[in-house]
Each structure stands twice: as structure tokens, then as C-alpha cells.
Design a protein around this ligand. Structure first.
Ligand SMILES: [Mn+2]
Length: 339
């Protein structure tokens, strides 16, 4: 079971002093993740460049620092703005090209210092940049690409949402849970729902939710969605109770909503059901709490459905987040084990 070690950090970056703050918070995260000196230095440079770009070119934005749980540490930076966008992203990533000041050199440095980076920019909607820095590699890389953002209700230290990923030879399983309300009690409920998955790996999604329903009686209750993807990545099975939404998205951006039933785990559930959904090659699965609005379409962002899932999560978070709630969005692109 792959769950978040520490909560994601969101830093609003509007002016140069915020750049210094972002760097400081990222370095604290690096220390907790036991980065060495070189990796910390690389991270500081990446965060400084990404945050400076938010100020110089994005008209301000959000910088998210996320720890990717792994045997070796890896931190992901996602920089999100709603600015003018970059006219030619591939040229911007080559050293030396810039539309204003040092942006071109900055993106080249980010590319060199990161294990993995990706960017999506549209002229009218802004830019989302992601970079993963550190000595770690993602153990499940051959099974799926994943992007996730989970940010607490404003002012809370803990997130009332929780999510987890479990990869076995037979399948990939993802759960997203949203504890009622926000804060510590909500976090306890959603964490208990996620833990049910790791404790009951052999149960079907419906039975996992039924088990969670019993376990969560002592808590405030939660909504949760569980999706299984078979090893050939041709079928997803989704079961959801309450306001956790799931959808499949084709490579061209066509969305198919998956079914969530009414109810609250721990309080009221009239039975869980799971339904199968066919997956095409390079299909995505998107699962999110109701802190992200449900009326999104990747077709409105040409090319986005082919980007790294972290960038897709960043765009959905930017454009559909409801600020008065915990907000979690997880995007996966399963790979066929046979291919
Ligand atoms: Mn919620």
C-alpha cells in the first residue's frame, strides 16, 4: 500500500518574498525526506525557478510540494498559474530561449535538475509545470503513471480527504476517501477508509466499501470510491459511496463518468455496487473528492489528456477546486503489463 507520508504543502506565490518562503518550505520537506546535500541544492534551484516564473510570468500562482512515498525519497513540485501561458513550451525548455527575463534558462535548469518534468500551457488559461526531484525512482513506474493533489481546507493542518494506491501483480487499486466535514475528525474517518483497502487486499471493491462501512461507525463517516484496474489495463471496476467521483478519459480527452451511489460510509449505505468500464490504450482514470467540482472536461484543453497525470491533476485543481473544502484529485494512466 502506497499512501502519502506527509501532507501536500500549498504555497501561494504572488511576490518575491513568497519565492523565498517556497524555497524554505521545500527545503524543510527535503530534510524530512532525508535528501542529501546535492538533492537539496537541486530542489532549492527548481523551486526558486518555478516560483519566480509564477511571479514574473504567471501573475502569481500556487506551488505544491508533494512527497512521493517510496523506498527512496522523491519530492514533486507542481507550479500552477492562470497567466498568459507560454507560446512555445518546447522552445521555453531549451536553455536560452525566453519571452521575458530569465524564464528560458530557468526551465532548462528545471529540466536538467529533475528526474522527470512535464508542462502544459494554454494561451488563455495559464501554465502547469511539474518536476520530480531527488534520488528516488518510482517503483510502480512500469505499471502506471500517477498524479495526485490533496490539499486541506484553508487553515487546517490536516486534510479531511485521504487516498491510497495498492499495486499487486493482478491489479492496480486506487481509493479516494472524503471524511465528513474537515480537520482531524474528518481525517481520521478518511484514513480509516483508506486503511481498509490495505488490510483487505483480496476483497472486491464493493466488499471493501462494505467492510469500511462497518469500521467507520465509530467515526464521523466518509465518502469513498475504489477502482481496480486489471493487469492488462483493459477494464476498470469502480465502486463508490457518497460524493467521490470517478471517470475514465480516453487519450483524446473523451470522458465517461463512473457511477457513485448515495450514502455515507459508517452511517448510511444501502449496499455498494461495482460496475465495469472498458479502458482504451492510454486511457486515464480520474477520481476526486467533492472539493473538486465535477463539471470538467479535458476536451477543452487540447493535448492535456496525453500529458503526465500530475500536470492533469494540476489543471483540474486550478480550474475546478472549491476553496471551502478539502480538495483531492488523483489521476492514473495504467500500463498493460503484457505490452
Ligand atoms: Mn468534501
Amino acid at each position: 500500500m502506497n499512501t502519502r507520508v506527509r501532507p501536500d504543502i500549498l504555497i501561494t506565490v504572488l511576490e518575491p518574498t513568497d519565492v523565498a518562503r517556497a524555497r524554505r518550505l521545500a527545503l524543510q520537506a527535503a530534510q524530512k525526506a532525508e535528501f542529501g546535500e546535492n538533492e537539496s541544492g537541486a530542489l532549492a534551484l527548481v523551486v526558486t525557478e518555478a516560483a519566480s516564473n509564477l511571479v514574473k510570468h504567471g501573475g502569481g500562482g500556487d506551488l505544491i510540494v508533494r512527497e512521493i512515498s517510496n523506498s527512496r525519497p522523491l519530492l514533486e513540485i507542481i507550479a500552477i498559474d492562470s497567466g498568459k501561458g507560454m507560446p512555445d513550451v518546447s522552445r521555453c525548455f531549451a536553455d536560452g530561449y525566453s519571452t521575458a527575463g530569465s524564464a528560458g534558462i530557468g526551465l532548462g535548469a528545471i529540466a536538467r535538475l529533475s528526474q522527470l518534468h512535464d508542462i502544459f500551457s494554454s494561451a488563455d488559461k495559464g501554465t502547469v509545470l511539474m518536476a520530480q526531484v531527488g534520488p528516488g525512482t518510482t517503483e510502480t513506474d512500469d505499471r502506471l503513471d500517477i498524479g495526485a493533489i490533496s490539499i486541506p481546507y484553508p487553515g487546517e493542518d490536516v486534510c479531511g480527504d485521504a487516498w491510497g494506491l495498492d499495486v499487486s501483480p493482478e491489479r492496480i487499486r486506487l481509493i479516494v476517501a472524503d471524511g465528513l466535514g474537515h480537520g482531524v475528525s474528518a481525517s481520521k474517518a478518511s484514513t480509516a477508509a483508506v486503511r481498509t483497502v490495505s488490510d483487505r487486499r483480496n476483497l472486491q471493491p464493493t466488499h471493501v466499501l462494505e467492510a469500511a462501512h462497518l469500521l467507520l461507525k465509530a467515526t464521523r463517516g466518509a465518502a469513498a470510491g475504489v477502482v481496480d484496474v486489471d493487469s492488462s489495463a483493459t477494464e476498470a471496476n469502480f465502486a463508490s459511496v457518497g460524493n467521490v467521483a470517478g471517470a475514465t478519459v480516453s487519450e483524446s480527452g473523451v470522458r465517461r463518468q463512473m457511477i457513485s451511489l448515495n450514502g455515507t460510509l459508517g452511517h448510511q449505505m444501502s449496499g455498494a455496487r461495482q460496475y465495469p468500464y472498458p479502458l482504451e490504450r492510454n486511457s486515464l482514470i480520474v477520481v476526486h473528492s467533492d472539493g473538486v467540482g465535477a463539471h470538467w472536461s479535458l476536451e477543452k484543453y487540447p493535448g492535456l489528456a496525453q500529458r503526465h497525470p500530475s500536470v492533469i491533476a494540476g489543471v483540474l485543481f486550478r480550474d475546478f477546486r472549491r476553496t471551502r473544502d478539502d480538495a483531492t484529485v488523483v489521476v492514473i494512466r495504467p500500463h498493460s503489463v503484457r505490452s
